[in-house]
Design a protein around this ligand. Structure first.
Ligand code: SF4
Length: 245
């Protein structure tokens, strides 16, 4: 028997039309929330208390839910751990944090017995990226968080509020982020007065820099005292580090 492959199977048979070239398609996994579910969640949660929003997220995503914290205060942690004490809390230790911020992390560990994950950039990042640049935020924040969240969780909680800045004025309660993960902002609709009242009523831990005039607290090279929301960040050159885009 000949071992040759019949010519019609290799496309040389003149009686058989050539196969059409197929267009490559990208198969996308089913979204974690489809458009209808997203709309329904936002309609249901728009006027909900932050704890109710956290509870919805925890019921929906269970252990595949994480929380990111900047430790300007522990409001979101206070609320989230009252609902889900073991929720993973992720802190991005950029290497440029104020001592007061690191001290707030330590105090929060003691108070809440946090299930804390600290993410740090590569050891050579100091020499590669100039602080203040988008590349620095990418290397020390955005890429770290992407690598940690993608594939490990389905949803994450952030402390974004609409009152933080004009850029955040339309922040939804629930959205799908650029990673394809569900992003939940339980504090989105809290006003400044409501936020401050919660801190006072629950004796929430506050980064002591806030008592020195820092309304928003990030890395020390990129943060100035300010009484006007996030205006003290990056000298006004940019408004977001990229985590929330
Ligand atoms: S806030 Fe400044 S120092 Fe911190 S990661 Fe971004 S650019 Fe770098």
């Amino acid at each position: 028997m000949s071992s040759q492959i019949p010519t019609h199977l290799v496309g040389n048979d003149p009686d058989i039309p050539p196969m059409q070239t197929l267009t490559a398609v990208t198969l996308r996994p089913r979204p974690l929330l489809d458009a209808d579910e997203l709309d329904a969640a936002n309609a249901r949660l728009e006027a909900a208390e932050p704890a109710e929003i956290v509870r919805w997220a925890h019921d929906r995503f269970g252990s595949r839910l994480a929380l990111t914290a900047s430790f300007a205060d522990t409001t979101l942690i206070d609320i989230a751990t009252s609902v889900a004490p073991d929720v993973e809390v992720v802190f991005l230790d950029t290497g440029f944090h104020f001592a007061e911020t690191l001290n707030t992390v330590r105090r929060a560990m003691e108070r809440y017995a946090l299930n804390l994950t600290v993410l740090r950039p590569a050891a050579d990042a100091d020499d590669v990226w100039a602080h203040g640049s988008d590349a620095c935020c990418a290397a020390r924040k955005v890429d770290l968080l992407d690598a940690h969240l993608i594939g490990r969780v389905d949803a994450w909680l952030s402390g974004v509020r609409r009152a933080d800045s004009p850029d955040r004025a339309d922040a939804p309660i629930v959205s799908i982020d650029r990673r394809g993960l569900v992003k939940v902002n339980p504090l989105a609709n809290m006003t400044d007065d409501e936020y401050e009242a919660y801190i006072a009523d629950h004796d929430v831990l506050v980064n002591t820099l806030q008592f020195d005039g820092y309304a928003s607290i990030g890395c020390w090279p990129c943060t100035e005292p300010s009484t006007d929301g996030r205006s003290g960040r990056w000298g006004g050159a940019k408004t977001e580090c990229g985590l929330h885009l």
